[in-house]
Design a protein around this ligand. Sequence first.
Ligand SMILES: *Cc1c(COP(=O)(O)O)cnc(C)c1O
Length: 391
Amino acid sequence: MRYQSQRIAQIPPYMFAEFNKKKRMMQEAGIDVIDLGIGDPDLPTPQHIIDKLVEETADPQNLKYPSFIGCTDFRKAVAAFYQRQFHVELDPETEVLALIGSKEGLAHLVPTVIDPGETVLAPDPGYPPYRMAISLAGGQLYPMPLLEKNNFEPEFQNIPENTAAKAKLMFLNYPGNPTAATVDVDFFRKAVSFAKQHKIVIAHDAAYNMVTFDGYQAPSILQAEGAKEVAVEFGSLSKTYSMTGWRIGYAVGNKEVLRALSTYKSNTDTGQFTPIQKAAAHALTASQESIKTSNEIYAERMKAMTAALKTIGVNTGRTRGTFFIWAPVPDGYTSAEFADRVLEKTGVIITPGHAFGAAGEGYFRLSLSVPTARLTEAINRMKKELTIMTN
Ligand SMILES: *Cc1c(COP(=O)(O)O)cnc(C)c1O
C-alpha cells in the first residue's frame, strides 16, 4: 500500500522543524523566546475593513457560492487601485482574477503554464512556495542567483541560451522576500524584454508592493511597455492591510494566462467567501491612511534594528520596502551556525539564509513584524550578548 505520490514524498522535511524543536525546548526551560522568523504582521486589520466584512455577511446573497473569477466589486476595486497607484489600466472582466491569497495563485500558476519536465526560472534566495510548486508540478527548477553586488537582481544575460530557450515561466519578486531588495521600472523593462525574446511567461509577486518607505514607491511590472503580452502580477491584501488570515489576493495582467489560471482554479476551488472579497474591495478603495501608519511603524523598527545590528558588526544595505532585514552573517559562521548562536545566546529566532535557497547561504533574515516592545527587547539582548561577534 502506498499512501503518497513520489512528488509528495520528495518534499524535504519542513526545514524549520529542527528549529521549532529547539524553540520549544528553550521555552520549556523558561526562556522567553522572541521569534523574528515569521513574516506575519503583528498590527491589527483596520477596524473599518472588519466592519465591512460583518455588514456584508448579513446579505444572504453573499453566502452562496462565489463567482469563479471573483465578485465584480473586488475586480473593479483592484482595477481602480492599479489606475490610482500605477496609472495602469486593467479590464476588470478579463485582466483581474481573485485569488484565495496570492500564494494559492502563485502555486496553481505553475501547472497552469508548464507541463511536466519543463523549465521554470525562480529567484534564489526566494519565497519557498515557488520551488515547491515547481516540484509538485513536475517542473525543472533553474535557480537565478540574486547577488548583493547586483542589487539582488537576476543577471538575465548569465542564463544559458539553451535554458532560456526551454524556460516557460519565470518568477520575480520585488520588493523582495527575503532580500528586501527594491527595483525601478527599468529593471522590469529588462525582464519583459528578456521574456519576450525567449517566450517566457513572467509571474511577478508583488506581495509587498505597498509596504514601502523613505519616499519609495514600488512600481508594477505592468508599467513596463508591453508587459501585458508576457506578464502577470500577483498582489495581496495580506501585508498591506495586515490581513494574512483573510486569504485574499489577486492576479492581474495577461488575459490568456489569467483565463488558463481561472480554468485550473474553477476545477480545484470555488473562490473566496464573497463578504471577504467585498471587504477587500472596500479596503482597496476606502481611506488608505492605515498603510501610512503601518509603514511608519515598520520604518521606525527598521531603523532601530539596523542600528543595533551595526553595533554587533552586521551591516545591512538601505532598505526601502518589506518588513524584513536581509544581512550577511559575521565572518566565521555559516547561516545555520549564526542562527543557532543567536538563538542560544539571546533567545531570538532569526531565519538562516539557506532556507530560501542555496544562494541564501551566508545571510540571515530577520522579520520586523513583531510588537515594537518585543523588538526592542530583542535588540537589547543582541547588543548585550552578541558584541563578541565583531571580533
Ligand atoms: C506573504 C507572501 C506571499 C503570500 O501572501 P498571501 O496573499 O497571504 O498568500 C506571497 N509572496 C511573498 C513573497 C510573501 O512574502
